[in-house]
Design a protein around this ligand. Sequence first.
Ligand SMILES: [Zn+2]
Length: 68
Amino acid sequence: MEKLVEFTLGDEVIMKKPHACGTNLWTISRNGADIKIKCNACGREIMMDRLEFMRKLKKVIKNEETKG
Ligand SMILES: [Zn+2]
């Protein structure tokens, strides 16, 4: 049961579980075989493989309008 989700560097994402700091908004800071996301509230970065990221991902918020 795989779902194809598109995301790019700089997109904001919401994960299924909130971070320890209470926020659930992250920004993708690395997009490759491994995905790195940065917590928007406390700045903590975590890295996980793509598969794990897809499993934990809830929603991608495209960030095109706020770019620049
Ligand atoms: Zn945090």
